[in-house]
Design a protein around this ligand. Structure first.
Ligand SMILES: *Cc1c(COP(=O)(O)O)cnc(C)c1O
Length: 485
């Protein structure tokens, strides 16, 4: 008999795991089934927070105890975005099929860097579907990313390398003689600045163009800035059109930007992290007409497709340029015509080599529900925003701080002046978050502070909006000093 026992992470007894795993699924279903009865968010008490200070485990603990700890200290304090009254920032409410997809993807275990696998077929099919949704030709390329920030970074890398006109991969950006310029509206998402900083172009490469009263990029201003930049010896590289701004859901005039880019010979990129999937809702698809003329589009399935985090995507029409930007193979990872690594190497289209099987959660949900259902959910969110807009307009103590362009409502409780409005509404927001009634966030739009509700939540109903607006009015009333008659 050998005195060395083989070590593995697999259990000695699968039967005990089976029962526990089934219980986890049962309790996950209860968790979602009862989501409405729980607070949208709650703060973590210190004694719970302190449990996270324990050192690296030196002794084993049985999984049922680990799971119990998870339930009490982690699962009891989520962000809250799966709750019907969570509308802060711009999250996405996840979905159970997607959660099962993530579980199955982990069990499958495939690394999506490449390989002749079912998983790699699924990712390529999802990318093909996304091309169809934005009206891109099937010979465009694309890749799934961790999110919109990474999707935009991948696109900007391709654009930078093409615009430089020399081998940037070899020579680096130090050899750039003209500074590259990327133009976007002043409502552009901050990830573009981060991307251009990361690419070594500097934040000055992002030129923010003033937006109009509906927060769309002013194209007359854009045209002037481009002409001036050319006169100054700078090199216009890209116009970023926003299809659904994060602040207010504003959609730039994509057709006009496409025309301008064609005239000027500039790359047209669309940040469609919010509105890039509007094509699924036929009655709203016209809002993003022109997106199909872009050279690249970033979309974010973990937002309006409700994919569990993380899942972003970038699509690039010039598949060769995309490949030429990222293709890289060490001696330990060479192409083969046959065998386990044959086929398209997905890591040649982005920064990551090892890649998760993000595609499965999207693929399963699309198959189960079909494309039209996602379109209905998008339309439902837009009508929820319209409903809230009407309620606010009708209420004497509430006011909009920005036009409702899409599915985002920026509003506030009235106050004597801008400073008072900010103090009052911030306090209202925090108290409502802490009460667990709802999670709105806040923003400042063209100098006006307000609360912000983004509806990309398939669980929200009109009555949730009624509950929330009464809470806003009631909370403000408690905060405001009582005026004696
Ligand atoms: C959310 C968002 C991003 C960033 O996407 P992440 O998935 O959060 O990285 C980029 N652009 C817009 C318009 C967004 O709304």
């Amino acid at each position: 008999m050998s005195d060395s026992k083989d070590v593995t992470l697999d259990p000695d007894n699968w039967a005990a795991y089976r029962a526990l795993a089934h219980r986890m699924v049962d309790e996950a279903i209860d968790h979602l089934d009862q989501v409405r009865e729980r607070p949208a968010w709650r703060s973590m008490p210190d004694d719970v927070r302190n449990t996270f200070r324990s050192a690296l485990p030196e002794d084993p603990t049985s999984l049922d105890i680990v799971y119990k700890e998870y339930r009490e200290t982690v699962g009891a304090y989520p962000m809250g975005n799966v709750h019907p009254r969570f509308w802060g920032w711009y999250m996405g409410a996840s979905n159970f099929t997607g959660a099962l997809g993530d579980f199955l993807a982990a069990v499958d275990g495939s690394n999506l860097g490449g390989g002749d696998t079912g998983a790699s077929q699924v990712e390529q099919q999802v990318i093909d579907w996304l091309k169809g949704i934005v009206g891109f030709p099937q010979d465009a390329s694309g890749t799934l990313t961790s999110g919109g920030s990474m999707a935009n970074l991948v696109a900007h890398t391709v654009i930078r390398n093409l615009a430089a006109g020399y081998d940037v991969r070899k020579e680096g950006i130090a050899a750039l003689d003209n500074s590259l310029r990327f133009y976007a509206s002043d409502q552009v998402h901050s990830c573009h600045q981060k991307a251009l900083e990361t690419l070594g172009l500097g934040s000055k490469a992002l030129v923010e163009i003033e937006s109009d009263d509906r927060h769309r990029m002013r194209l007359d201003a854009l045209q002037c800035v481009i002409a001036q930049d050319r006169a100054d010896g700078l090199q216009p590289a890209c116009v970023i059109g926003t299809a659904g701004s994060t602040n207010t859901g504003a959609i730039d005039d994509l057709t006009a930007i496409a025309d301008l880019c064609e005239r000027e010979g500039i790359w047209f990129h669309v940040d469609g992290c919010i509105g890039g999937v509007l094509g699924l809702a036929k009655q709203h698809a016209h809002l993003i007409a022109g997106i199909e003329r872009a050279g690249s589009v970033a979309i974010d399935p973990h937002k309006w497709l409700h994919t569990p985090f993380e899942a972003g995507a970038v699509l690039i029409k010039d598949a060769d340029a995309h490949f030429a930007t990222f293709e890289m193979h060490g001696p330990y990872l060479q192409y083969q015509e046959r065998g386990a690594i044959a086929g398209k190497f997905l890591a040649d289209y982005g920064l990551e080599l090892s890649r998760g099987f993000r595609a499965l959660k999207i693929w399963m949900a699309f198959k189960e529900h079909c494309a039209a259902k996602f379109g209905q959910l998008i339309a439902q969110d837009i009508s929820l925003a319209r409903y809230m807009e009407t309620q606010i307009i009708a209420h004497p103590l509430l006011e909009l701080v920005a036009p409702v362009n899409l599915n985002i409502v920026c509003f506030r409780h009235v106050a004597d002046d801008e400073d008072a409005a900010k103090v009052l509404n911030t306090e209202v927001m925090l108290r409502i978050q802490e009460s667990g009634i709802a999670v709105p966030s806040d923003t400042t739009v063209q100098g006006k502070y307000g609360l912000r509700c983004a509806f990309n939540n398939h669980r929200t109903r009109r009555e949730d909006i009624d509950v929330f607006l009464s809470a806003v009015v009631h909370t403000a009333d408690q905060i405001l000093p009582k005026r004696s008659a």
